[in-house]
Design a binder for this molecule. Sequence first.
Ligand SMILES: [Zn+2]
Length: 254
Amino acid sequence: MTSLTRRDALRLITAPIGLAALGASPLEIVRGASAHPASRLKVLVAGGHPDDPESGCGGTIARYVAAGHDVVALYLTRGEAGIPGKSHDESAKIRTAESEHACAILGATPRFAGQVDGDTHVDATAYAAMRELLDRERPDVVFTHWPVDTHPDHRAMSLLIYDAWMRLGRSAALGWFEVLTGEQTEVFAPTDYVDITAFAQKKRDACFAHASQKPEEWYPVHERMGRFRGMQHGCEVAEAFIRHDKGPPLPLPG
Ligand SMILES: [Zn+2]
């Protein structure tokens, strides 16, 4: 990128005046983005554990990548406490490798924020670290857990991201995703949907890359969620989001 930054491009491709002048819909502009490097977006998807970005928006990640955008999957922890009978170090090693495999399937880049599974903290130090991380990554679009969630690590990531997004001037679009709704995410009333029908298998494969988490036990819940969100949206399978309306418009891929 030279004279036009990605953030400028995001504003350009989503600005109502620009769209009216171009006579095109936001979707058409985003789809056309891959042909124009200036409109290539950087999307950051932040989850508490390995498998959260994939289960919350794996289909949407795959759609962004297919449209030519860059996606980073940011994991707050390496799932250190997530394999019974294994030490934290052993689990972290296994789950890091699973995350890398899942990201390779989706075409995303994995990043780890350095906290420990089951022992996450939200304090001044953690806020500062997330602010630095986001400032370094400079995403155009950020997704994270909806904060009303039964898992403390999910709540931690959600709060850390929200704080960093706000303090960095709300210059990225912000959206929240859901995971295991009813069991983890609660009171989630979507504002936006992405049709992931064509990417449902890829999402499934990425979630099944987390073999240590026995996805055969929990992925069926996400399959039901996807079909239900699809019914709401008018397609076969969808992922649902809540957008924040005080940043740039959320440029969803569809
Ligand atoms: Zn999780």
